[in-house]
Ligand binder design. Structure first.
Ligand code: CP
Ligand code: NVA
Length: 326
């Protein structure tokens, strides 16, 4: 059944019902099929879209840009040094200016309050492209990938292993709760998710039959899961915490030993990316032990991370089309 999401913001999954989330996922699958078939609907013809990025991005920026162009809109990238937001101008004033010129605004940055402020004052749909608290468009791509492989979300056994209090853990927990999944957050006690987010997830879980488990025990946490998910050990803006996180999270690395603990030959590995997997990058040269997933997992047949990355495009397109399209 179609849902009318026109004019809505997309700030956090908590604001959407399970049926609305399912509608966005169904639309994403349709838009992917259309793109593969060469069908261009140009649902956003003539629209101007502002893309505000306080933090760097590969996937989210490119997904918004390509989705805009596929649908006939004009994307305008506004990097942190390009605009006055937070420097010479308040969020409220910037929102009111951009709202007069643009039809929709994407924001990626630090404080969740900033995206809330933009949404309050812009008068046009605002989409959250990641804040310190939530990364909701990523979860749509993750869930779309799970549906492509398993055919459904309800009852899927899902373990997120790693930093349990970051934007990914928060959003996955809420998303899993909304969609009736068996969600385990597996992390050291000192990185357990905030109590208010857990309580919110548990509230949704009661309505949908989902289960939410927070544990520091890897063995029981990952046992039998269909999906194992991890994220970087230190998020953007937390680079000074890398040495302590390496110590804390080494036992939570996704590797062959963990694969044995999962014990499900059909499990899949997901990661929002970018991922440290025995890499030779600037940061991993500085911190050789930083590696949340070993290469033999990242490059294995279980890894669906590039399908997941591609699905950022189709899901972000669905969010824009549903909230702003004709
Ligand atoms: N997963 C994700 O948000 O990637 P980017 O930081 O490259 O946008
Ligand atoms: N937790 C990560 C997610 C990146 C997509 C970060 O915020 O850096």
């Amino acid at each position: 059944m179609p849902f009318n999401l026109k004019g809505r913001n997309f700030l956090a999954l908590k604001d959407f019902s399970p049926k609305e989330i399912q509608f966005l996922l169904d639309l994403s699958i349709k838009l992917k099929r259309d793109k593969y078939a060469g069908i261009r609907s140009r649902n956003l013809e003539g629209k101007n879209i502002a893309l505000i990025f306080e933090k760097p991005s590969t996937r989210t920026r490119c997904a918004f840009t390509v989705a805009c162009i596929d649908e006939g809109a004009h994307p305008e990238y506004l990097g942190k040094d390009d605009i006055q937001l937070g420097k010479k101008e308040t969020v409220k004033d910037t929102a009111r200016v951009l709202g007069r010129m643009f039809d929709g605004i994407e924001f990626r940055g630090f404080k969740h309050e900033t995206v809330l402020g933009l949404a309050e004052h812009a008068g046009v749909p605002v989409w959250n492209g990641l804040t310190d608290l939530f990364h909701p468009t990523q979860i749509l791509a993750d869930f779309m990938t799970i549906i492509e492989i398993f055919g459904h979300l309800r009852g899927i056994k899902f373990a997120y292993v790693g930093d349990g209090r970051n934007n990914m853990a928060n959003s996955l927990m809420i998303g899993c709760a909304k969609m009736g999944m068996d969600c385990r957050i597996v992390s050291p006690k000192s990185l357990f998710p905030a109590k208010d987010i857990v309580a919110m997830a548990e509230g949704f879980a009661k309505e949908t039959g989902a289960s939410i488990t927070i544990t520091d025990k890897v063995d029981t946490g990952v046992k039998g899961v269909d999906v194992i998910y991890t994220d970087v050990w230190a998020s953007m803006g937390e680079e000074d915490k890398i040495p302590e996180r390496i110590k804390l999270l080494k036992p939570y690395q996704i590797n062959k030993e963990m694969e044995k603990k999962i014990g499900n030959p059909d499990y899949i590995f997901l990661h929002c990316l970018p991922c440290f997997h025995n890499l030779d990058t600037k940061l991993s040269q500085q911190f050789p032990e930083i590696c949340e997933a070993t290469d033999d997992i990242f490059e294995s047949k279980h890894s669906k991370v590039f399908d997941e990355a591609e699905n950022r495009l189709h899901t972000i397109k669905a969010v824009m089309v549903a909230t702003l399209g004709r």
